[in-house]
Design a protein around this ligand. Structure first.
Ligand code: TMP
Ligand code: ASP
Length: 236
């Protein structure tokens, strides 16, 4: 499989077309942004770590009945994935209040939610990814009602599988963001990444943040946190 042309360059990844029209190659970058691109930097080694962590978790999810776009890891920072058209939603799952939810509802970070919270944001950088509800999604036809049901079911399943898996590694899954895509035949699959860029991971014993909040909030030891996640997941 060979990269042909660059299809898209995002803030953290480049996506290439290949000689197979059904496959794309994702190339993870060390670039980091926050606050809709306002804060910029690099996190040394992030590309490789996010590639490996994402693939490890995608494989775990496939085994547990969540279809994903994952095909094959090609190199430390490159992965072959199935070509999808992305559903223009960020699907956010929250177990514990943090970040924008803590701010919006005036909760102390770390407050356990009595029930898992599911949120949707419309993916549009110019609009700053505004939060939308089921009515907006259907009225705007971002996806169909059937797709929305399936996406919600998959998101909750991802939460169950990952929360349990990470708990055993001493990691509390606070919240995370998912994206889904449609294969050529319309099948919904989990796409994008699952990494310290897109999840909040807190050490179960100490509460230490092991994710991109260390970069967003200038907490220091950013690279150490990414390496610690890789070490706990892959034993290295
Ligand atoms: P939030 O508290 O800022 O809304 O973030 C919720 C979760 O979503 C958190 O785990 C970080 C992740 N996230 C992304 O992956 N991309 C984004 O652009 C944002 C805003 C959050
Ligand atoms: N990656 C997003 C951005 O650059 C937001 C974030 O992860 O905080 O805006």
């Amino acid at each position: 499989m060979e990269k042909t042309n660059l299809l898209y360059e995002g803030k953290a990844k480049k996506v290439y077309e290949t000689n197979d029209p059904a496959l794309l190659i994702v190339d993870y970058k060390d670039d980091a942004t926050a606050f809709n691109g306002l804060k910029k930097g690099t996190i040394a080694g992030k590309g490789e770590i996010n590639n490996r962590v994402t693939n490890h978790l995608m494989k775990l999810l496939e085994k547990n009945g969540v279809p994903t776009h994952f095909v094959e890891e090609l190199s430390p920072r490159e992965t072959a994935v199935k070509r999808v058209s992305i559903v223009p939603l960020e699907v956010i799952v929250r177990n514990i209040a943090a970040g924008s939810l803590a701010k919006r509802l005036g909760l102390a970070e770390g407050t356990k939610m009595k029930k898992t919270v599911l949120e949707f944001c419309y993916k549009d950088d110019e609009l700053g990814d505004p939060m939308v509800n089921e009515y907006h999604i259907l009225a705007m036809e971002y996806c169909t009602e059937e797709e929305l049901k399936l996406i919600s079911q998959y998101a909750l399943k991802v939460n169950e599988v990952l929360s349990a898996y990470l708990k055993d590694l001493g990691i509390e899954l606070i919240d995370f963001k998912l994206e889904f895509g449609r294969l050529a035949d319309g099948t919904i699959v989990l796409a994008d990444e699952i990494s310290p860029d897109t999840c909040r991971f807190w050490d179960s014993a100490t509460g230490e943040k092991l994710d991109k909040d260390r970069f967003r909030r200038d907490l220091g030891h950013v690279e150490d946190a990414y390496h610690e996640i890789l070490r706990r997941l892959m034993g290295e």
